[in-house]
Write a protein that binds this ligand. Structure first.
Ligand code: SF4
Length: 333
C-alpha cells in the first residue's frame, strides 16, 4: 500500500513482467497509430477500413475485460504520458470540480461525435486525420499543462465514458501501467477500482441519464445501416462514396434517429427502475446491452469491408461474446 496526499491506494499493481509487456504494447500501439494517421489522409479507403473495421472493434472487448490495460496501451494516452515518462513533473492539479466538468464534457462529446461518423468520419479519411492529429496535440499539451493523465485521458476523452461504463464488469482490476506511481491527478479516480464505476455514473444526473441512453444510442447507430438510411460507407468500400442529396436533412435524420434510440433506452431503464431493479444492476445491464448491440451491429460491416466469407465472419463474432461470458461468469480474484 502507498499513501499519497492522504489518499490510500489499493495495491493492485501488474507484475514486473506484465508491466514490461504493457510498455512494449504501448510503444507498438503508438507506432501503429502514427503510421495509421498518414494512411488515413493518403490512402483513405484502406486507412478507414483499418480504423473502423479492425482497430476500433477490438477496443470494446479490451475496455470490457481490462479497462486499465486499455489505458496502458491507448496511443493517445501514451502521447499525454510522454512528457511524464521522460521526467516532466510540473503541471496544474485540476480541482475535483474541474475534472468532473471535463468528464461530463467527454460524455457530451461522445454523444455528439458518434453520429457524425455517419455524416463524415466513416468516409472521409482526411477529416479523421485532421481530428486525430488535433486530439493528439491536445493530449500532448494536456500532459505538459496538467498532472499525470488529468485534463484529457481521465478528463474530456470521449472514449473514457465507455471505459467507466464497461469497467463495472472488468475482470482485470490492476491499476494502469501508467499509474504505477499515482500522483492523485484526479479525485476520485475510477481507475483505482474500475468495478466501482457505477459510483461515478450515479454521481451526476446527466451522466446517469446518458449511461442509460447509451444502449439505445448504439442500437440506433446500426439501425441506420440496417435500414439503408446511411449507405455512404458501403458505397465507399465498393469504390466510390456518394454524398447525400441534402446534407442538412441527412444530418437531421441521423441525429433524430439516434436521439430517438437514446430516449427509448432511457425509458426502458426508467421502467426497470420502477420494477424495483437496482441502479447497480441497471447500469451493468446498460453496459452489457450496449456491448451486445455494438458487436451485432458492427459484424456485417466487418464482413463486408474485408470481403470475408460469412461463416468465417460470424465465427469471429464469437470472440467478443466469449469475452462477455468471461466477465459475467468468471469469478474476480
Ligand atoms: S489518479 Fe492516479 S490512478 Fe487515477 S489517472 Fe491519476 S495517476 Fe492514474
Amino acid at each position: 500500500m502507498e499513501e499519497i496526499k492522504g489518499r490510500r491506494l489499493i495495491d493492485r499493481a501488474y507484475g514486473e513482467g506484465t508491466q514490461w509487456l504493457l510498455r512494449f504494447g504501448a510503444g507498438l500501439g503508438l507506432l501503429i497509430y502514427l503510421a495509421l494517421l498518414p494512411t488515413l489522409a493518403l490512402r483513405p479507403e484502406f486507412g478507414l477500413r483499418l480504423l473502423w473495421f479492425l482497430f476500433v472493434p477490438i477496443a470494446p472487448m479490451v475496455l470490457l475485460v481490462a479497462p486499465n490495460a486499455w489505458v496502458s496501451l491507448c496511443p493517445v494516452s501514451s502521447v499525454q504520458n510522454l512528457a511524464r515518462r521522460f521526467g516532466w513533473r510540473r503541471g496544474t492539479r485540476l480541482s475535483p470540480d474541474a475534472s468532473r466538468r471535463l468528464q461530463l464534457a467527454g460524455w457530451i462529446v461522445m454523444f455528439i461525435g458518434i453520429p457524425s461518423r455517419h455524416l463524415i468520419f466513416n468516409t472521409n479519411g482526411s477529416a479523421v486525420f485532421a481530428v486525430a492529429a488535433a486530439v493528439t496535440l491536445l493530449a500532448l499539451g494536456a500532459g505538459l499543462a496538467y498532472y499525470s493523465l488529468s485534463g484529457w485521458c481521465v478528463g474530456v476523452c470521449p472514449i473514457r465514458p465507455v471505459e467507466v461504463l464497461y469497467g463495472q464488469l472488468a475482470l482485470d482490476l490492476n491499476r494502469p501501467e501508467k499509474c504505477m506511481t499515482c500522483d492523485a491527478c484526479v479525485a476520485p479516480c475510477v481507475r483505482l477500482r474500475p468495478e466501482n464505476g457505477e459510483k461515478e455514473l450515479i454521481g451526476h444526473p446527466v451522466i446517469r441519464t446518458l449511461a442509460c441512453a447509451f444502449p439505445g444510442f448504439v442500437a440506433a447507430y446500426f439501425l441506420l445501416d440496417l435500414l439503408n438510411l446511411c449507405t455512404a460507407e458501403q458505397v465507399l468500400f465498393q469504390g466510390t462514396a456518394v454524398p447525400p442529396v441534402n446534407p442538412l436533412a441527412h444530418a437531421g435524420m441521423v441525429y433524430g434517429v439516434m436521439a430517438a434510440g437514446s430516449v427509448i433506452s432511457v425509458a426502458v431503464f426508467a421502467g426497470l427502475g420502477m420494477a424495483a431493479v437496482s441502479q447497480r444492476t441497471r447500469l451493468r445491464a446498460a453496459a452489457v446491452a450496449a456491448y451486445v448491440f455494438y458487436y451485432l451491429g458492427v459484424m456485417p460491416g466487418i464482413i463486408k469491408s474485408w470481403s470475408l466469407d460469412s461463416t468465417l465472419g460470424w465465427t469471429l463474432a464469437v470472440i467478443p461474446f466469449l469475452a462477455l461470458a468471461a466477465v459475467l461468469f468468471v469469478r474476480r480474484r
